[in-house]
Design a protein around this ligand. Structure first.
Ligand code: UGA
Length: 434
């Protein structure tokens, strides 16, 4: 089977490499020549554990290649995976211009029956638009089907998520498209759920928004814990023991970020609003999340009172560990609030420093990037933890204490055991527990 993957961003790269690993012949295509050039030379623009190796081994086997010639890639393919971006538009809805552009391109190169698969996260009913656009520009009259096959991979675990998925959702409206999609995923026959296209599209947004809701819920419980003697870690554990609830995505902290949850929840709210459905449950989920940075900064202020001219070390800039991605990272809101209050920030992240420089350029005075967590702690009045990188859990806290002006640790991810931190002579503030 010949597969085209259009778009070589995060999802596109993993999809192309993963499908070729399954034994298909895959061409990844992107109109940005510099991106394709870099990928061909083995330089991928993102940090994702295992992806380099997967790309390299499939490029070497010859089952995977990359091209800037989108027209030829479409013409040669039986199945086309659409993996272009659907960034957030000004009004919260997804900007669908790249999907429309690719639909036109497919139409103009439709030289026989093909299945066009939506892989990018798209609003429910997008397939109707894609079908209409392809029909509008289809000169040959060749047949085609649209299918939805949403992607559930997590950054930092994208390769294992793709190669060993929990479920494969396939939204189709013809047997012909269903049969082709089954051939692509034949090794996962036992975990394929076939639905209509609207359902498949909605499953993706519904899943991400539900997980966001779980996080905001536990963060709300953390607020209650902070005003009582309850401990949110144990509240989460106790809740999670109920198999109907489950323990995952109940980690309280400074809120959810990344390129998916914040954008997807807004997009789903917008979809509901447009369809006349009351979306207040999700609006509250988002509002709770937005309030996390302020609550975190208030903890710091309760320790230091005034932040003006204070030196604050910030450990962890990425929106979560094992990625260099800082898109919608909670740390951005926190750093902005610190700078607005006149503090000087000393920033560290094992992978995401360069990406964060685009948001907060180094000026050597107010904003300093540090090469180690210890350097970030040097001369600091407080140290904040914003991302739970493993290396932070292994810090020598006594050394940190000695480096700081005020040994105050404010932990936004509950990485440390409060008693262990206090035993090292640091004052410790965390989320939802004393
Ligand atoms: C998320 C979904 O988990 C994937 O299934 C989905 O495919 C992906 O979005 C997408 O739509 O492409 P991802 O954004 O990589 O994946 O990250 P998650 O691991 O889900 O974490 C999202 C945010 O929630 C992070 O900022 C993380 O720190 C936060 N989080 C997560 C919590 O605050 N508490 C938790 O218990 C779990």
């Amino acid at each position: 089977m010949k597969i085209a993957v259009l778009g070589t961003g995060y999802v596109g790269l993993v999809t192309a490499a993963g499908l070729s690993e399954f034994g298909h012949s895959v061409v990844g295509a992107d109109k940005v020549a510099a991106k394709i050039e870099a990928i061909r030379r083995g330089r991928i623009p993102i940090y994702e554990p295992g992806l380099d190796e997967l790309l390299e081994s499939n490029l070497r086997k010859g089952t995977l290649s990359f091209s800037t010639d989108l027209a030829a890639t479409v013409q040669a393919a039986d199945v086309i995976f659409v993996c272009v971006g659907t960034p957030q538009g000004d009004d919260g809805s997804a900007d669908m211009s790249q999907i429309e552009e690719v639909s036109r391109l497919i139409a103009e190169n439709l030289n026989g029956y093909k299945v066009v698969v939506e892989k990018s996260t798209v609003p429910v009913k997008t397939s109707v638009r894609i079908k209409r656009t392809i029909s509008l520009y289809n000169k040959t009259g060749a047949e085609f089907d649209v299918a939805s096959n949403p992607e559930f991979l997590r950054e930092g675990a994208a390769v294992p998520d793709f190669l060993e998925p929990d479920r494969i959702i396939i939204g189709v409206e013809t047997d012909r498209a269903r049969d082709l999609m089954f051939r692509i995923y034949d090794r996962f026959k036992d975990r394929i759920l076939v639905t209509n296209i609207d359902t498949a599209e909605l499953i993706k947004h519904a899943s991400n928004s539900f997980l966001s809701m779980k996080i905001s819920y536990i963060n709300l419980m953390a607020n209650l814990c902070e005003r009582t003697e309850a401990d949110v870690e144990l509240v989460a554990k106790g809740m999670g023991l109920d198999p109907r609830i489950g323990p995952r995505f109940l980690k309280a902290g400074i809120g959810f970020g990344g390129s998916c949850f914040p954008k997807d929840i807004r997009a789903l709210i917008r979809i509901g609003d447009d369809l006349g459905v009351d979306m207040s449950l999700l609006k509250e989920t988002e509002r709770v999340n937005q309030g996390r940075a302020r609550i975190f900064i208030d903890k710091l202020k309760s320790a230091l009172w005034i932040l003006k001219d204070k030196k604050v070390g910030v450990l962890g800039l990425a929106f979560k560990p094992e990625t260099d991605d800082v898109r919608a990272a909670p740390s951005i809101r926190i750093i902005q609030a610190l700078l607005d209050e006149g503090a000087c920030v000393r920033l560290h992240d094992p992978k995401a420093g360069d990406n964060m420089r685009e948001f907060f350029p180094e000026d050597g005075v107010r904003t300093v990037y540090c090469s180690s967590p210890y350097q970030a702690a040097e001369g600091a009045n407080a140290l904040l933890c914003c991302t739970e990188w493993k290396e932070y859990a292994e810090l020598d806290l006594a050394r940190i204490r000695d480096l700081m002006v005020n040994p105050i640790l404010v932990d936004g991810r509950n990485m440390f055991d409060p008693a262990a931190v206090s035993a090292q002579g640091l004052e410790y503030f965390s989320i939802g527990r004393r």
